[in-house]
Design a protein around this ligand. Structure first.
Ligand SMILES: *[C@@H]1O[C@H](CO)[C@@H](O)[C@H](O)[C@H]1NC(C)=O
Length: 590
């Protein structure tokens, strides 16, 4: 993972700092950017008229033989700040760096259509800034699924500067940040912005939104394919995962092949960082023991050097609210007055034995045994990451700042789980029941099973839709899910996870996998007529069973914040709505 950052402001007379607030804010953003790319950082200034552009980039080296300093500058003076990975569409050899290759490919661009063309040909997560010197244009965008964060601040009277940044530093008076949309590639005309009489506060007038298409030519990775709209007519029902009916055989094989390739592209050729030694893990998986993360772990085993362990990150929170429920029943169900009383004199938690046997820990422990049986030559480090209540409370402000501008109760529940999981500090046991040894995961690539529920119909609402209005409603729901992927949580997760100088990769959210699954007719992916644990994500269950993952193939869905007990930890938080804003909640706490 890398970090990218840009400010545009009017230069002041006599080389003064552009603006008081930016002067104070920019170094903070630089420091946060550096955390994402611990291997190299650099800042570069460009002046156009009396306008100053500061490009800053940091590099986490996950490609090539030696570290490459960003921003990339080509012979013509074009500047690329790249936070991404090219997995397909541009050949990057093991010793090469994708940012350098991309910078070369962009050098040939003459006009906006050429730039659109280059990015429409590549598959991978990204956010970028590209300054094209000859035309004085600045291009910026995120990939079509929004897998990398890019935040924007538009200038206003009080804060007359323009910012683009991978990261935030939390709530700050110096900006009002929002995530940029993934629908377009944006082009800022710097000639027009710096022309006499033009005010920086009118920057929006100088920005063009470019559609991701080039004169009717289809670009392979410009946007997700639409969901197949063909309606099934009473397809045969699957009765058991053990036998794959003829109409599903090729879809099962194709899914395994697509996922296998996506995982392979995401785990191969990871260079060792300075402090990882041969025989240490380079790949870890966010691992709940559910079907998605287990499939990824199983497939990763095929492509990761057999002498290296794979780390399975399994996070569990000490949740006083849950423990209280265990000890004295659910106070949510009590009459108001009694509930108030209970909240006023809370349990003495020191008397309660803290245990981390949360749902995800239990399924994770079962599942790692299945992996050990199927892949006996691999060292599977099942990393028990236990987070005491006090520690999670202490980290809360940090996590809130990292995830900003995301700021709901639900955002925090998920972000804090990812934060501790990605840190990778915990304990491992070589066999069940043996004594735990402290372990810190050195892996900088973290596989994440996100996306499978959206693509394969893993949510309860798919069944609800079917009951209400049949297959058409399920198709509509699947389309909605794909449309929502870019605006959901990927930017937030990226900001949180990469603060550890690590990066998350989503094999299900490769545009190749997304397009393959979108094009499959609905009844091959799921069957809302069947019971839970079978009907949702039916195709993936059949695939997992075919690979021998018998236990994983039958597990039901559980959201991470509930599986790890990171959701709503403080006593009395139990009935808070997930979409409540944290600040409002803070006020109502007082
Ligand atoms: C949708 O599914 C049908 C039935 O399998 C298939 O014939 C058709 O080509 C698919 N459509 C698209 C756009 O892939």
């Amino acid at each position: 993972m890398c970090g990218i950052l840009l400010s545009i402001a009017e230069a002041q007379e006599g080389g003064q700092a552009p603006c008081g607030c930016l002067h104070e804010l920019f170094p903070k953003l630089q420091a946060a950017t550096a955390a994402r790319g611990p291997d190299a950082q650099h800042t570069l200034c460009v002046e156009i008229g009396n306008t100053e552009l500061q490009f800053c980039a940091s590099e986490l080296r996950l490609r090539g033989d030696s570290f490459v300093q960003q921003p990339h500058i080509d012979a013509e003076g074009n500047i690329l700040c790249w936070n991404g990975e090219v997995f397909e569409g541009l050949e990057v050899l093991p010793h090469e760096n994708d940012g350098v290759k991309l910078s070369n490919a962009l050098s040939a661009c003459r006009d906006p259509q050429d730039v659109i063309g280059v990015f429409g040909e590549i598959e991978g997560p990204y956010a970028f800034l590209y300054y094209h010197k000859a035309s004085h244009r600045l291009y910026f965008a995120r990939d079509p699924l929004g897998r990398r964060s890019l935040l924007i601040h538009y200038p206003d009277e009080a804060r007359p500067y323009f910012l683009l940044s991978s990261v935030s530093v939390g709530l700050h008076p110096g900006y009002s940040l929002e995530e940029i949309s993934t629908e377009c590639v944006y082009s800022l005309d710097l000639d027009s912005l710096t022309s006499p009489g033009q005010k920086i506060t009118d920057v929006r007038k100088c920005i063009t939104s470019l559609q991701r298409s080039v004169h009717g030519v289809t670009l392979p990775f410009a946007q997700p394919a639409p969901v197949n709209s063909s309606l099934p007519t009473d397809p045969p029902k699957v009765t058991s995962l053990d036998c794959i009916p003829p109409h599903l055989t090729s879809a099962v094989d194709d899914l395994i092949a697509e996922l296998d390739r996506s995982v392979m592209l995401r785990v191969r050729n990871i260079p060792r960082s300075n402090n990882t030694l041969p025989g240490q893990a380079r790949v870890a998986v966010f691992f709940s023991g559910g079907i998605d993360s287990t499939m990824l772990a199983f497939l990763a085993d095929r492509h990761v050097d057999p002498s290296e362990p794979i780390d399975l990150l399994n996070v569990a929170f000490e949740n006083p609210r849950k423990i209280a429920v265990k000890v004295e029943g659910n106070i949510g169900g009590l009459p108001k007055r009694e509930k108030k009383q209970k909240l006023r004199d809370p349990l003495d938690y020191s008397s309660v034995k803290v245990s981390y046997d949360v749902p995800d820990r239990l399924t994770g422990l079962q599942e790692v045994e299945e992996l050990r049986r199927l892949c006996p030559n691999r060292t599977w480090n099942f990393l028990e990451i236990n987070v005491p209540f006090e520690e999670s409370q202490n980290a809360r402000a940090t996590v809130e700042a990292l995830m900003f501008p995301s700021r709901t109760v639900m955002d925090l529940s998920l972000a804090i789980a990812l934060y501790f999981a990605a840190r990778g500090i915990g304990q491992v046991r070589s066999h069940p029941g043996t004594e735990a040894q402290p372990y810190t995961s050195p892996a900088r690539v973290l596989l994440n099973g996100l996306g499978s529920d959206e693509l394969l119909g893993g949510y309860g609402r798919h069944r609800t839709a079917f009951k209400a209005a049949g297959w058409q409603a399920v198709i509509d729901e699947l389309q909605l899910e794909i449309d929502r992927i870019p605006t959901r949580n990927l930017g937030r997760d990226d900001r949180v996870i990469s603060s550890w100088g690590k990066e998350t990769r989503h094999p299900f959210l490769s545009l190749s996998v997304v397009n393959f699954l979108a094009r499959l007719p609905v009844h091959l992916k799921m069957d809302p007529r069947l019971e839970a644990g079978l009907g949702e994500k039916l195709l993936l269950r059949l695939a997992a069973r075919k690979l021998g993952l018998v236990e994983a193939s039958a597990r039901k869905k559980r959201a991470m914040q509930f599986g790890s007990h990171s959701a709503r930890m403080a006593p009395g938080e139990g009935d808070r709505k997930g979409d409540l804003l944290l600040d409002r909640q803070r006020i109502s706490d007082e």
